[in-house]
Design a protein around this ligand. Structure first.
Ligand SMILES: N[C@@H](CC=O)C(=O)O
Length: 364
């Protein structure tokens, strides 16, 4: 693993919300990153983090000591916040237009922005990366910096949490050329920033609608599987993906039930072997948060299960099971990923580690 002489100073934009809290929990004792700054709305600014989050700490582990007395800054005091950090994670809660503008404004202060938000996912020169799959897309950053007129500053985003249970399998099976997928996702309530305490209507309930989620689940995989052409990322032509997204009474863990067709139908054994052996840049570079084995195939008929498998590889890994031939499609399977770790803050932390290892994030 790379050793840094001193830790990089990190700011969390939107640090009081659920994803911000997850960033703070994951970054306690991080070997490369030290959270020095938390920025949130004017309502929280000036308070200590503990005061600002009072009664709203949603993690299952206690609030880390180091963060309790940090004075929350106003996220719109861009220069003041940028002065205190080497880069920021963004989990701000604003309109898409506001997010696009504020993330660009931070990037223009020469502060790299690693964002959990969807606002910039379709900006053509903004990489949307799952580090095991398409960390080569970070090469687009040089064109983004030209557009923004920056030397250090840029924006990189991570994709939606709903796709993390099946896109890794698609990447592992690329050589068999997947042509068509029919998916249903079963999404945990933490994806909506909720716990059962603040969303009691979800106990024993299913809600067959998550605003905007189906389009993201169908389209974002194509950007990840795409390639750089000139100064933009061009999305892949296929596979065709159709998806239904359903909210289920689970705290953490998005499950995907997937039917899949291939151009060249492989054997079940070949598919399982590709899943278990799939490695990418985080494993090769031995990044601090990299799961040793990114995808694990579980042979038992009743796995993956949220209760047993959501924390696989500390929530950074993906579990797959129930792979079998189908009567209409070539195969069907189930995938599971932790939505607030691999699917949100953890995916952001791993992306930032990849950006450090590749030299895009440095000390100011
Ligand atoms: N929109 C998702 C969160 C993923 O990023 C959800 O509602 O589960």
């Amino acid at each position: 693993m790379i050793q840094l002489d001193k830790k990089l100073r990190v700011g969390i934009l939107g640090g009081t919300g659920m994803v911000g809290q997850r960033f703070i929990s994951l970054l306690e004792n991080h070997p490369w990153f030290q959270v020095t700054t938390i920025a949130a709305s004017a309502r929280s600014a000036g308070k200590t983090y503990q005061e600002a989050v009072s009664g709203r700490w949603k993690m299952q582990t206690p609030m880390p000591e180091f963060v309790k007395n940090i004075k929350v800054m106003d996220v719109s005091d861009i220069d003041a916040v940028a002065d205190t950090v080497d880069f920021v994670f963004s989990a701000v809660d604003m309109t898409k237009d506001e997010i696009r503008a504020i993330e660009e404004a931070y990037a223009r202060t020469e502060t790299p922005v690693v964002s959990n938000n969807s606002a910039h996912r379709w900006t053509p020169d903004v990489p949307m990366v799952v580090p095991e799959i398409n960390s080569d897309h970070y090469e687009i950053i040089k064109y983004q910096r030209e557009r923004l007129g920056t030397k250090r500053g840029f924006i990189a985003v991570k994709p939606n949490c709903s796709i993390q249970g099946y896109v890794p399998a698609l990447a592992a099976w690329k050589e068999f050329k997947p042509t068509e997928l029919v998916i249903t996702t079963y999404q945990a309530i933490s994806g909506a920033g909720k716990t059962f305490e603040d969303w009691p209507e979800m106990v024993g309930n299913i809600i067959p609608y998550i605003g905007g989620e189906e389009e993201k689940s169908e389209q974002e995989p194509l950007k990840i599987l795409g390639h750089i052409e000139n100064d933009e990322i061009v999305k892949a032509n296929g596979p065709r993906i159709t998806c239904q997204c359903v909210r289920v009474p689970v705290l953490d863990g998005h499950t995907a039930a997937v039917f899949i067709d291939f151009e060249k139908k492989p054997s079940k054994l070949e598919l399982i072997e590709k899943l278990n052996n799939f490695r990418g840049f985080p494993q090769e570079a031995d990044l601090p948060s990299a799961p040793k084995q990114f995808i694990k195939y579980l042979e038992e008929d009743d796995r993956p299960q949220v209760a047993l498998d959501v924390d696989y590889e500390n929530g950074f890994g993906v579990t797959v099971g129930r792979l079998r031939e189908d009567t209409v499609y070539d195969y069907k399977f189930i995938g599971l990923a932790h939505n607030t770790i691999r699917g949100a803050a953890g995916g952001g932390v791993l992306s930032a580690e990849a950006l450090v290892a590749k030299g895009y994030i440095t000390h100011k």
